[in-house]
Write a protein that binds this ligand. Structure first.
Ligand code: CP
Length: 315
């Protein structure tokens, strides 16, 4: 049975297959074709953390594939009352694929370990494989094929998104320059790091000129973790860490000035949500090189490809 957890388990061919599927299904949508390849199939979407894009894209993807998606918020279900392993086993009896935005990657791995239905890590503290796959689609589109992407740069903090991005890029032969003074300790996975590093394609540097020179795409993501915030405000117990990170990462902010001076050839990417004035400036989001909104839309096309690929469904 196939699962999508960290991309450690996928080969270069698997990744290219999902990319091709996403391109094809996107093109069918553009032509107005019906794409109901998954009638009577149900995707269960379990969220332990908030989401805009991941929820919208998976839910819309299932509608357009002729299937159905069920949204479960862990806070308003019996997950709060029970042992996780019992409750997830019951949940998995109702669907054909489980998409799980989890506080802990270990819980996604536990669900997958039962091998009952395919499981997707939809952003845990360590991985965000669906984001990475759709980012590859965006880069492929803007470069006339993923084989034309030679170098990308990651700015800011190393985290769940950079983990899966650097691993996938290294599998595809793309150089990744990481300009990050720190990595989020919760996101660390030595096995993943070793797999990526041993390709010789990952370079770690704090020299922005070196990191950005000849780079095709510059990516960044929030310096702050979701749990730092409650109702849009910084939680008092995370205020000190919030301030520390702000000071530490500000030299690595993705701005129009940075792009215009060091990487005018580079496209600007951010998986969103953007924290304007922190990891990215408004003028970078709106810069002519920005592909951020294409990147957001491509979540939809790639989610379809992921579900079809997991169910081994040809189109
Ligand atoms: N990039 C991403 O996963 O967005 P959401 O948190 O809104 O789902």
């Amino acid at each position: 049975m196939r699962h999508l957890i960290s991309l450690k388990e996928q080969t270069k061919e698997d990744i290219l297959e999902m990319l091709d599927l996403a391109k094809e299904i996107k093109e069918k949508r553009r032509r107005g074709e019906i794409t109901n390849y998954l009638p009577n199939k149900t995707l269960i979407m379990l969220f332990q953390k908030s989401s805009t894009r991941t929820r919208l894209s998976f839910e819309t993807a299932m509608t357009e594939l002729g299937g159905h998606a069920i949204f479960l918020d862990s806070k308003t279900t019996q997950f709060v009352l029970t042992d996780f392993d019992d409750e997830i086993k019951a949940v998995m009896r109702f669907g054909d694929v489980l998409m799980f935005r989890a506080r802990k990657a270990a819980d996604v791995e536990l669900a997958a370990s039962f091998n009952w239905i395919p499981v997707i890590d939809a952003c845990s503290e360590k991985y965000h494989p669906a984001q990475t796959l759709s980012d590859l689609l965006t880069m492929a589109e803007h470069s006339g094929g993923i084989e034309n992407v030679k170098k990308i740069t990651w700015l800011g903090i190393e985290n769940n998104v950079s983990n899966t991005l650097k691993l996938a890029c290294s599998k595809l032969g793309i150089q990744v320059f990481i300009a990050a003074p720190e990595s989020d300790s919760n996101s660390q996975d030595n096995e993943l790091k070793n797999q990526a590093d041993k390709t010789g394609l990952i370079k770690y540097t704090l020299d922005l000129k070196e990191a950005l020179e000849d780079s095709d795409y510059v990516h960044t993501d929030t310096w702050m973790n979701m749990e730092f915030f409650e109702e849009g405000k910084v939680r008092p117990d995370f205020q000190a860490e919030f301030e520390r990170r702000k000071e530490k990462f500000l030299p690595f902010q993705l701005s129009a000035k940075l792009i215009d001076s060091l990487a005018p050839q580079s496209k600007i990417m951010h998986c969103m949500p953007c924290h304007v004035g922190y990891e990215i400036t408004k003028d970078a989001i709106l810069h002519p090189n920005s592909v951020i909104f294409d990147q957001a839309e491509n979540r939809l096309h790639m989610q379809k490809a992921i579900v079809l690929w997991l169910l081994e469904k040809k189109i």
